[in-house]
Ligand binder design. Structure first.
Ligand SMILES: [Zn+2]
Ligand SMILES: [Zn+2]
Length: 340
């Protein structure tokens, strides 16, 4: 069998199944047979035609788990049959960020499944340097290593230590991942989300306390969780202008804010509030290979799993038919994964 089924985003709002030749890996690549692929907000935006720096046609999917079926002749660090996760970021390795080890914010970053064809396909050839060994991990969880790695990067940016009081704002996949990882690191974590369904998800699947930021007594509830204080560290994964502008009001003096969610506009907050607290404020973008490796370890140890994040599963063969109804217009979706 030398052809494979793939799903192509031909133009906004048009996904079509197509048969193509299975690629032959070049000498530094490995061919993987895909087992599961997570569906990300980026895929949803690309489908809708509102993903910046995006061109069509494109094969979406950057949260990928598969088995190695063929190795390029120069690839020595992997074996045929190994299960791997894809690290989808292709950094230039030459810009100042890359040279400083911060490949996650490379000036010319290209992402497999966004800027080049990705995992909505039965097979994919990937540079071996973009693979992470993921043996012994549930394939659906392994597909979620990428979003969990983004969460892990935010937790690392915040330098969270055991016992620290951490508020995660926004219980989408990245917020859920950040909460789960901060908890695994021994922090005291509380999660805020305006959606009752998402609060319920966090309470039941992560066993963490939740608060509603739209409640009139939100601050009182928050202080009650943290022994009277505000949070030492706030991780904002909302991408909401209102929430991000308000984050300086949620930390105590000497606190830290990490913005992992992105709002496409300007933020505005009180400088006196920012200053009097001597706030540390930072952005968190993508993830580095060490964040991926850390998530792989936490999954292998059972501290992270698919169920914490995942709400929906879709068979690949039917994805084009159900994408608009069951993914785009699905109000209950937090995280979906495609199974092959
Ligand atoms: Zn993603
Ligand atoms: Zn670079």
């Amino acid at each position: 069998m030398s052809t494979m089924n793939m799903l192509i985003c031909q133009e906004p709002k048009k996904l079509i199944h197509e048969k193509r030749e299975i690629p032959v890996p070049d000498k530094h690549e490995a061919l993987i047979k895909i087992k599961s692929v997570g569906i990300c907000g980026t895929d949803i935006h690309a489908w809708g035609g509102n993903q910046p720096f995006f061109s069509y046609p494109r094969v979406l999917g950057h949260e990928i788990c598969g088995d190695i079926v063929t190795l390029g002749e120069k690839v020595t660090q992997f074996k045929v049959g190994q299960q791997v996760a894809v690290i989808p970021y292709v950094a230039c390795q030459q810009c100042p960020a890359c040279l400083g080890g911060r490949t996650n914010c490379c000036e010319k970053i290209s992402v497999i499944g966004v800027h080049q064809d990705g995992g909505f396909s039965e097979y994919l050839s990937v540079p071996a340097t973009n693979l992470l060994q993921a043996e012994g991990i549930d394939p659906q969880a392994a597909a979620l290593i990428e979003p969990y790695a983004i969460s892990a990067h935010a937790v690392r940016r915040a330098a969270i230590a055991p016992g620290e009081q951490v508020l995660v704002v926004g219980a989408g996949p990245i917020g859920i991942g950040a909460a789960a990882i901060a908890k695994a690191e021994g922090a005291q974590v509380v999660v805020a989300d305006t959606s009752a369904a998402r609060r319920e998800h966090v309470a039941s699947r992560l066993g963490l306390p939740v608060v509603d930021p739209s409640a009139a007594d939100f601050e009182v509830q928050l202080r009650a969780q943290f022994g009277g204080s505000l949070a030492l560290k706030v991780l904002d994964a909302t991408g909401s202008q209102h929430a991000m502008n308000n984050s300086v009001n949620l930390i105590r003096h000497g606190g830290t804010i990490v913005f992992v969610g992105l709002f496409k506009g300007d933020l505005q907050f009180s400088d006196p509030e920012f200053h009097k607290k001597e706030t540390t404020m930072m952005g968190s973008r993508n993830a580095t290979p060490e964040d991926f490796a850390k998530v792989g370890r936490l999954m292998a140890e059972g501290k992270l799993n698919a169920e914490m994040m995942l709400t929906h599963r879709y068979p690949f063969s039917q994805l084009a038919e159900v994408f608009e109804r069951d993914v785009i217009n699905n109000r209950t979706l937090i995280k979906g994964v495609i199974t092959f």
